[in-house]
Structures are given as C-alpha cells and as structure tokens.
Design a binder for this molecule. Structure first.
Ligand SMILES: [Zn+2]
Ligand SMILES: [Zn+2]
Length: 104
C-alpha cells in the first residue's frame, strides 16, 4: 500500500524520510553555515509531522510528507538566505528525486 503525503496528498512514490533526506542535504551544505542554520531549523519543523503515511526505504523510519514537498519547502527557505545556492540545491537534488518538485 502506498501512503499519501500530509501536505500535498499525493502518493509517496519515492519513500525516503526527512532524516535520510536531511543527511544527504547536510553533506551538500556543510561548508555553508548560513544554509546549514536554515536546514537545522527547517528539519526541526518538519520532523513534527509525525503521521506515518509510509516507511522509508533506507532506514524504515516513518514518513509523513513526500520528498517533493520537503525539497520544495526547503528550496523556498534556502532562497531567503542565498537564492543562487537555492537554485543549485534544486538542480542537485531534483536529480536524486528524479521527478521535479511541485511548483505551486
Ligand atoms: Zn507532498
Ligand atoms: Zn530514512
């Protein structure tokens, strides 16, 4: 059974949890303290979504929101700090996610 995202209500087709996504993104922003600070705050907010809609394929942890929503919301957050870095983030991580983020 495929779960649905709490934010966009779409099926979670790429079940990777926030913690695993965060780990990957952290590697990318480690030398950019301003972005790292925003990532920390952001992950904290999103980890409060505690519904279990799906299970992570990497760590088997709970997933409440899809990678697209996480990616898109984080993009908007990073853009406030550094819009060029935010564009780079989108290019870099869209490749992993494979389907473009939902631009609403
Ligand atoms: Zn979603
Ligand atoms: Zn995980």
């Amino acid at each position: 059974m495929e779960g649905r995202c709490t934010i966009c209500n779409e099926g979670i087709t790429n079940p990777v949890c926030i913690k695993c996504l965060d780990r990957g993104i952290r590697v990318w922003v480690w030398d950019r303290p301003e972005l790292l600070k925003r990532l920390d705050a952001f992950t904290k907010i999103f980890s409060e979504y505690d519904e279990e809609n799906s299970r992570c394929i990497l760590c088997k942890g709970e997933i409440a929101i899809c990678a697209h929503c996480y990616c898109w919301e984080l993009y908007k957050e990073l853009k406030k700090a550094d819009s060029r870095a935010a564009e780079g983030f989108l290019e870099h991580f869209n490749y992993d996610i494979k389907v473009p983020c939902r631009f609403s």
